[in-house]
Design a protein around this ligand. Structure first.
Ligand code: ATP
Ligand code: MG
Length: 334
């Protein structure tokens, strides 16, 4: 069995980069992002750091791994120094809608929202943009309002994460253009107003709102792409397609300036199995893995920060989480 006792390269990474306090595990579906997020949170909490592990994934897998229902409940303490949070994006959308309703009632002095407007609100919420901005908003709230030493963002599978990042860029450009246009318009209006000797030009509320959204998106992407403060780890397994896909994704992430801190190889079949007269089926899988591990070593070299073996069961509950933490980081303080 692989029993790690000394600090591993992954533990050294954290030791050498104490300012990198926003931690993300990315990778294709089902490779171990949530498992490593939880184990990393566990290890850091055991070092006396205050840690929040959070996700915006409606699949609610943090609830599973911590064996506690935390969905939509805000930060829930799962052990000393460790909190977990699963954001209920739907609820954030509903809160948005309520805010819009309240604004409309206030602005027009009504006591009931007209039906056409209700329809409009419902239609707008069905837009994917609404969900994303609710998600961006919650992430910004979490990152800017908490007082944790570490924030571990348990990401959705790669494709989605890339989609969010690209949406952030698209939004930003789009809002940038509109903001610019509105500013030009306002200058023009001001000149026109001055010519007419009108004193006050009403504050441009839409412009204000747009700049606010832009500032929120920038805050989120600034944190997630900050080389000083963020560490993004890719989770891979020793399979050919995964390495290829991951390399492509890494290039994409680099384009969005996400600082890649390294790779963690999961589900490695332990060498010790080989000594135990394994069946041909398993032996050929092990050989396949050995080939892929060599390939990973060649391609990623010292960027590989840990190897985690295939365990005999799923990782749920603090005891299993501790085992994974030990395999990733070495000795866990008691
Ligand atoms: N080394 C391992 N040994 C045994 N089981 C593992 C190991 N790593 C992960 N698992 C199990 O594999 C499953 C998927 O892991 P996990 O949920 O961490 O992946 P994920 O990348 O977060 O998935 P998703 O993309 O769906 O969010 C879980 O049931 C987990 O317990
Ligand atoms: Mg997950």
């Amino acid at each position: 069995m692989t029993t790690a006792t000394k600090a591993t390269p992954l533990a050294e990474f954290f030791g050498q980069h104490p300012n990198r306090r926003y931690i993300m595990f990315g990778g294709k579906g089902g490779l171990g992002k949530t498992t490593f997020s939880a184990a990393t949170g566990y290890w850091l909490a055991k070092q006396g750091k205050r840690v929040l592990v959070f996700s915006v994934d409606p699949q609610a897998s943090l609830s599973d791994i911590f064996k506690t229902d935390i969905f939509g409940k805000g930060p829930v303490k799962v052990m000393d120094n460790l909190w977990a949070q699963e954001i209920d994006a739907d609820r954030h959308i509903r809160e948005y809608q309520d805010e819009v309703r309240a604004k409309i009632l206030d602005m027009y002095g009504l006591d009931k929202v007209p039906e056409e407007i209700e329809d409009y609100i419902a239609a707008a919420s069905a837009e994917p943009a609404m969900e994303e901005s609710a998600i961006f908003d919650s992430v910004v709230d979490i990152l800017s309002e908490g007082d944790y030493d570490y924030y571990i963002y348990d990401l959705v599978p790669l494709g989605h994460a890339l989609y969010y990042l690209s949406m952030a860029k698209v939004y930003d450009e789009w809002i940038g253009k509109i903001t610019h246009l509105r500013e030009e318009m306002r200058e023009y209006e001001e000149v026109a107003a001055r010519m007419k000797r009108q004193k006050d030009v009403a504050e441009d509320e839409i412009l204000g709102e747009l700049q606010y959204i832009r500032q929120r998106i920038n805050a989120a992407s600034r944190i997630l792409t900050d080389r000083e403060k963020t560490a993004f780890f890719f989770v891979v397994i020793p399979e050919q397609m995964i390495l290829l896909d991951t390399k492509k994704a890494a290039e994409m992430f680099a384009k969005f300036d996400v600082p890649i801190a390294g790779y963690i190889v999961n589900r490695v079949l332990p060498d010790s199995l080989g000594a135990e007269g394994v069946p041909a089926y398993l032996r050929s899988r092990m050989e396949m893995q050995r080939g892929q591990l060599a390939e990973i070593e060649k391609e990623l070299g010292s960027d590989v920060r840990a190897h985690v073996p295939e365990l005999e069961r799923d990782v749920t509950g603090l005891e299993m989480i501790e085992r994974v933490a030990t395999l990733m980081y070495g000795e866990v303080p008691r």
